[in-house]
Every structure is written in structure tokens, then in C-alpha cells.
Design a binder for this molecule. Structure first.
Ligand SMILES: NC(=O)c1ccc[n+]([C@@H]2O[C@H](COP(=O)([O-])OP(=O)(O)OC[C@H]3O[C@@H](n4cnc5c(N)ncnc54)[C@H](O)[C@@H]3O)[C@@H](O)[C@H]2O)c1
Length: 330
């Protein structure tokens, strides 16, 4: 059977990737989806195992740091699009082991770009290298202001520096070798399937297990939260309607400081379970070195030009998320 597109999605067993792969496999039966994931500690193959029965889907356990594997995928399938999510994604781990972030997030990205460069006929217009990036590349804001697509890059952690570097390489390959590309930079995602090292699942997990909830510094660091399914919808729209060489910022206008967010989760769990006074588990710990104070995204470009907007309210999405983790833990 011939398909209209052969899309390589990297990191599709991770948090965002698992939702994205599911959406593409189910919504686009005319596309063949190849999902490469190395199944690191952050992944969960269980989240996508049921997709194996689809005739428009193939999972490959493979490492994007390994050029031969990428080369074989390009040889075996006529890949015309890449949606690149595979990455080491946890800031704390990047502080412990920055080299791993260089290898996966920078060299892994370059391996994919190299195969695109060598395999894609420049005359064809149906190719696309789509890099999924973060607002953290822009650095940290003060109390005012928002990140725009042309905000200067000013990464502050090894994680964000590695993502910034990957973005620069994607743009450089686009500019130098005419590889069609798009980058989107999204704010903090939350929702089902996220690894429990991240703030929201960690908080829920610790409350249920009666463990202290660590809060960095005074808990005043602000993040702009987006429900993962809204991000996935945005990726879908950018993939189909975004313009070559463009950047799109994606966010939901849900700024919360960490303490406020954790208190909200405590009160939701107190309401939903027989646990009481979960807030007593909050424990302030030394701030993360180089901790960014505030991220906030201006998404008017994707909203106005591509007609995307988030569908889920923060309150509803947080409740859905808490319910999902409570069920998973029980
Ligand atoms: N989570 C967020 O809030 C957020 C926000 C903006 C952008 N992003 C970006 O979105 C992408 C996905 O983020 P996530 O939160 O789903 O991350 P995640 O850590 O949950 O998933 C990453 C996936 O990549 C895979 N992977 C890691 N190294 C690999 C390698 N060498 N080869 C193949 N696969 C490998 C892992 O096994 C995992 O399944 C990342 O590029 C991240 O920078 C995330």
C-alpha cells in the first residue's frame, strides 16, 4: 500500500511524543508513521503498545545518536517528513550530566539533519524537518513581558543550551542546504504520560505516598502551563499549515508560580481522596542552580496566522491530569 506521507516521529514513546504518535496514527490513515525511540528511563512503551496493530505504523527501538540506524530508516522508508521530539528533557539531569544532553539533543539532531540533507531532493517541496523546541531557549523573564518568536536566545541551563543549539542547527541546515524546516517553541506541558520526575506528577506521587513535596527556593518561579493535548493539536496544525522557515511559539496563557500550582494540586487531592492537609508535605529546598525566574509565551502568531487556540481550560486539564495519576498510582 502506498501512503501520502512517510513521517519519522522521534521520541514517540515519551510524554508528548506518545500523544502525538497516537493522534497521527489514528487521524491520518493515509500517512505512514515511523516512531523511533531509544526507550530511555523517561519513556513508557506501554503508552503506545496498542498502536502496533495499525497498518500505518511502525515502532523502531533505536538511538538517534546512532547514524547507521537513522540511515537505515531513510533507506527502508522513503521518509519525507520528520517531527523531532527525541531528547533528554529534564533540567536537573542536565545539570548532573550535561554531556549526555549534548550527545542526544545536539548530535542526535545533527544526525537526522544529515540524513535529510543526503536523502532529500532539493527540488521536492513536500519535505519538512519540524523541530519541537522549548520556550526555555529564550532564557528567563522578569515580572513583565513575553517571549516572542524573535526574542533573542539566551539559554541558561545545559538543557536549554542544548535545545537552543539544536534549533540553530536546524535553521543553519535550512539556510545552507535548503532543507524545508519549521521550529515551534512551547511552554511547560502537563498531562497524562509524563515521567514522575517532572513537577506535577512528582507532586501527585509524593502526596499519595506521604512523602515531602520539594519546592525550589521560595516557590515563586513562574511557568506558563499548557495541556499536552493542546500542544499536540498545535503541532498537528503547524505541521500541516506552517510555513517553511518559520518559528511558532505555543503557549496557553496559564502562568502559575510553583507554590500556587502545588497548593492547587494538594487541595484537589484532598478533595478527591481521603488524604487530608496535603499542603503540610510541602518542603522548601535549595533553589536549582541558575533557576530561571519566569517563562511566558506570546502565542498570537500561531493563533492569528494558523488559527490554533487551546481547547482546554487550565482548571479542567489539571483535574483530568490529577485523576489520571491517581488512577495510575492506585
Ligand atoms: N515537556 C515539556 O514541557 C516540553 C515543552 C517544550 C518542548 N519540549 C520538547 O518536546 C520534546 C519531548 O519532550 P517530552 O517532555 O515528551 O520528553 P520526554 O523526556 O518525556 O520524552 C523524550 C523521549 O525521547 C526518547 N529519547 C531520549 N533520548 C533518545 C535517543 N538518544 N534516541 C531516541 N530516543 C531518545 C526517550 O526515550 C523519550 O521517550 C523534547 O524535545 C522537549 O525538549 C518539551
Amino acid at each position: 500500500m502506498n501512503f501520502d506521507k512517510y513521517i519519522l516521529i522521534t521520541g514517540g514513546a515519551g510524554f508528548i511524543g506518545s500523544h502525538l504518535v497516537r493522534k497521527f496514527v489514528n487521524s491520518y490513515k493515509n500517512y505512514f508513521i515511523i516512531n523511533i525511540d531509544n526507550l530511555t528511563y523517561a519513556s513508557n512503551y506501554e503508552f503506545i503498545i496498542d498502536l502496533e496493530s495499525n497498518s500505518n505504523y511502525k515502532f523502531i527501538k533505536g538511538d538517534i545518536r546512532n547514524r547507521e540506524i537513522i540511515n537505515k530508516i531513510f533507506t527502508d522508508f522513503k521518509i519525507d517528513s520528520i517531527i523531532h521530539l527525541a531528547a533528554e528533557s529534564h533540567v536537573d539531569n542536565s545539570i548532573e550530566n550535561p554531556l549526555l544532553f549534548v550527545e542526544t539533543n545536539i548530535l542526535g539532531t545533527i544526525n537526522l539533519l544529515e540524513e535529510a540533507r543526503l536523502n532529500w531532493d532539493k527540488a521536492a517541496s513536500n519535505y519538512l524537518f519540524y523541530g519541537i523546541s522549548t520556550d526555555e531557549v529564550y532564557g528567563s523573564l522578569g515580572k513583565e513581558g513575553y517571549f516572542l518568536e524573535d526574542s533573542p536566545y539566551s539559554p541558561k541551563s545545559p538543557y536549554s543550551a542544548s535545545k537552543a543549539s539544536a534549533d540553530h542547527f536546524i535553521r543553519a541546515y535550512g539556510n545552507t542546504y535548503n532543507i524545508p524546516y519549521i521550529i515551534s517553541n512551547c511552554s511547560n506541558n502537563f498531562g497524562p504520560n509524563q515521567h514522575h520526575e517532572k513537577l506535577i506528577p512528582l507532586t501527585i506521587n509524593n502526596i499519595v505516598k506521604n512523602k515531602k513535596i520539594p519546592v525550589y527556593g521560595d516557590g515563586q518561579a513562574v511557568r506558563d502551563w499548557i495541556f499536552v493535548l493542546d500542544h499536540v493539536d498545535a503541532i498537528d496544525i503547524v505541521f500541516h499549515k506552517g510555513l517553511n522557515g518559520e518559528t511558532y511559539n505555543i503557549g496557553s496563557n496559564n502562568e502559575r508560580n510553583n507554590l500556587e500550582l502545588i497548593r492547587k494540586i494538594c487541595s484537589l487531592i484532598d478533595k478527591k481522596t481521603n488524604l487530608k492537609n496535603s499542603e503540610n508535605l510541602i518542603q522548601f529546598v535549595d533553589d536549582r542552580p541558575g533557576h530561571d525566574f519566569r517563562y511566558a509565551i506570546n502565542s498570537s502568531k500561531i493563533m492569528n496566522q494558523l488559527n490554533w487556540k487551546p481547547k482546554t481550560t487550565f482548571e479542567k486539564a489539571l483535574e483530568t491530569t490529577v485523576d489520571w495519576y491517581l488512577k495510575k498510582i492506585s
